[in-house]
Design a protein around this ligand. Sequence first.
Ligand code: PFF
Length: 467
Amino acid sequence: MAQDRGQFSSRLGFILAAAGSAVGLGNLVAFPVMASKNGGAAFLVIYLFFVAFICYPVMIAEIAMGRRTTRNPVGAFSELSDGMMRWRLAGMLAILTPFMIAVFYTVITVWLVVYIKEILGGNLQYLSEATAFGEVVSRSSLFAYLVGLLGLIFFILLGGVKGGIERLARVLMPTLAVMLILLTLFVLTLDNASAGISYYLVPDFSKVNLSVVNGALSQAFFSLSLGMGILITYGSYFSRQDNIPQSTRMVAIADTSIAFFAGLLILPAIFAFDPNTNTDDLSTSSVGLIFSFLPQIFLSMQAAVGYGGASAVAVIFFTLVFFAALTSLVSIIEIPIACWIDELKVSRKKAVAMQAVLLALFAVPAIMSLGISDFFTTFTSYGGVSKSFFDVVSDVFYETILPFGGFTVCIFCAYRWKVSGLKAELVIGDDSYSGSLLEKYINFSLGTIIPVVLFVVFISTVSQIYF
Ligand code: PFF
């Protein structure tokens, strides 16, 4: 079955594909919202600290586990622990997490497609009305879009690592970067944009509290696609001649820069088009921001550029977000596919078909969670709030589990595989690793401060959301 696994064609191929996975809704929507409501540059500093000192070592460890074993997360944990059941379970969690993230991520991507279609049909005005989002997400026509989107994704995944995932990232990632930069430059030229820039970049440390710190770490994990097996899987397609720490650094920098630029686009846009913006409105969820708030912002541009111009900017923005979501979705869904190929010894074609059926089974209830079905809309309740099926999946697998996934990777690498095993992999392709400051930091922190921080964040998130 080895011929089914595939490999990235080059270091650049890996970096683009991993950045394609990392850059998604998390960067373009969640990051600007979190930064703006949690103290602007104060949040940014905490976020950067976590990326450099907590996430970067965990990313390196995940990629090294994948490359060492050339296996998916279940196979990697299992091989490096000589088949110990408890570590196989950690591997299974690293399959289940992306599987479930794909469920709510697919639903949001379907909404994006509907929004693009509506704007192209001249309906930006309609989308900016308060009731539009609720109406769009309860349409039964969403199923048709779901089928179309899943068809596209699974077609790409049939092409494999090089012909599917890497090829998509090579086209879409540069396109996305250019679109983002042009749109940002355009927004920055508008009157009042500077109010948004200062709102984004002037630090307000009074807003920082424990939940902001937790949020920054969870957001960094989600954004870097960490703690969920993706980098283990991508590491398994990474060439043995290449340098892991250096490539990882490029991915982290690309992901963080795009998040930063997205803030520089969205916040000034909000203030430029509506100088009286009530910043409390920004405290809504990221989904609320993108689907309810932004259409109003784009519509208010019509005074300056007419309805056609406003619609054009809105279409460019939503297409940008759609591209980012598509490259992320493809990578999330690759994780279970790699697992089926390696562990069940089936062909890529069969694995893709199995995964298509499994994902559809969960995506259908998730898409029915916002009004189509009462049962899934009021699925359960906890923490004193009624929750839909969509909310449950997002709370557990987006808000909560990632730091725990990172914690298992650290404990595994430090105490089971041992830092000597990790080092033996990292020196391949990187002559300077041995004796470097990075090695010393990883050797010291991977079994101590990093897992402690991750565990504390995990526990405090659980207590906040569920109790
Ligand atoms: N990193 C992506 C984002 O920021 O939106 C989300 C994501 C992609 C999560 C791929 C998980 C994954 F496997």
